[in-house]
Design a protein around this ligand. Structure first.
Ligand code: ACO
Length: 308
């Protein structure tokens, strides 16, 4: 019976159909999906912090309303993705514990500080731009609940990207000091944005199997290149310089060449030694502890209703 279930799973993947929660799936497929979706959910939740730091300091009511809405969207994406993870038989409380005990990862990018308001624009433009590049193909991921969640999330991410670009355009049309703030933010976020796509293909332990299972549709390096090609003309339109002397169009490849990425820095951040890792996790832990009474009250309320 196991063999025919396995054949059914393989056929479903081959025919580009979706694996659904009640379907049989190999343990390793389930574990990979839990790993990837949980990491993605944690990234959305931790990702609220760097931008959230600017909500009380936004330069106008309009900017504050936009930023509030965006950070709320991220909370929604996180909850949506935790729900998708629960279809695989895990519990979100357990996933939160794994995050605050640092047993599960979240995106490296959220371990960098937001030093000026221009960072809010650059996160929208580059970080959400990179996120879209990575996530649009995930709408065709083989696991149904994840692929469907990605459709809505990508729509909201495109709006986030546009608001970032519009913010930067406004600043670039402002004073010299504002233009300098934008350039400084671009200089700090460019390389970490390229690292979001993960290690080079040759050093990516999960890519081959995830491609075979059609969880991933492109490799890390393919998506990184797509992001560079898409972003260079946008930087030109904006009037900022991307901090890479080796960045130039290669007519033979039909792509932009770019300089070497500092993978030691990436590994340091993944180990927990990035500029803000400790702060981000500590804050998440504090928020979780301070929310204990709400969870207890909700559970007590549910129990009372059940018993009455
Ligand atoms: N930050 C933190 N960890 C990373 C990153 C990164 N930028 N890139 C790779 N890793 C981790 C992987 O999770 C993996 O560790 P694990 O095996 O302990 O889980 C290890 O580095 C090796 O990487 P890969 O073998 O390439 O891993 P994978 O095939 O999972 O590819 C990728 C990584 C591309 C991030 C994939 O998991 C993915 O597409 N995830 C969904 C998108 C996502 O999580 N986005 C979050 C940021 S965007 C946002 O929230 C706005």
């Amino acid at each position: 019976a196991e063999e025919s279930l396995e054949r059914h799973f393989e056929h479903t993947i081959e025919r580009d159909q979706r694996i659904e929660p009640r379907d049989w799936m190999p343990d390793a497929y389930r574990a990979t999906m839990v790993r990837q979706i949980a990491q993605h959910a944690h990234s959305e939740i931790i990702g609220m912090q760097p931008e959230g730091d600017w909500i009380t300091r936004a330069p106008s009511l309009r900017r504050k309303a936009i930023l509030l809405a965006k950070v709320q969207d991220e909370a929604g994406h996180g909850l949506y993705l935790y729900s998708a993870t629960e279809t695989l038989g895990v519990d979100r409380a357990d996933l939160t514990t794994r995050l605050i005990e640092r047993r599960q990862k979240y995106s490296s990018i959220f371990n960098y500080p937001t030093l000026s308001y221009a960072d809010v624009g650059v996160i929208g433009w580059l970080v959400d731009g990179a996120a879209i590049c990575n996530q649009v193909p995930l709408c065709r991921s083989s696991y149904g609940p994840y692929a469907r969640a990605m459709i809505r999330i990508c729509k909201e991410e495109s709006f986030h990207q546009r608001q970032g670009y519009e913010l930067l355009l406004t600043m670039m049309r402002g004073t010299d000091a504002q233009r300098a703030m934008v350039q400084d933010a671009v200089d700090r976020w460019w390389w970490p944005s390229l690292m979001m796509f993960g290690p080079p293909d040759a050093d990516s332990p999960n890519t081959a199997q995830s491609m075979a299972w059609k969880i991933k549709r492109h490799t890390n390096d393919e998506l990184r290149q797509r992001f560079v090609d898409m972003t260079v003309p946008q930087a030109e339109a904006l009037g900022v310089t991307l901090p890479d002397p080796d960045l130039r169009w290669n007519p033979d490849r039909g792509h932009y060449d770019f300089g070497p990425i500092d993978w030691d820095e990436f590994k340091r951040v993944l180990r927990g030694d990035g500029p803000c890792n400790a702060e981000r996790v500590a804050r998440r832990r504090r928020a979780h502890e301070e929310g204990a009474w709400v969870r207890e009250a909700a559970a007590a309320h549910a129990a009372k209703r059940r018993d009455s």
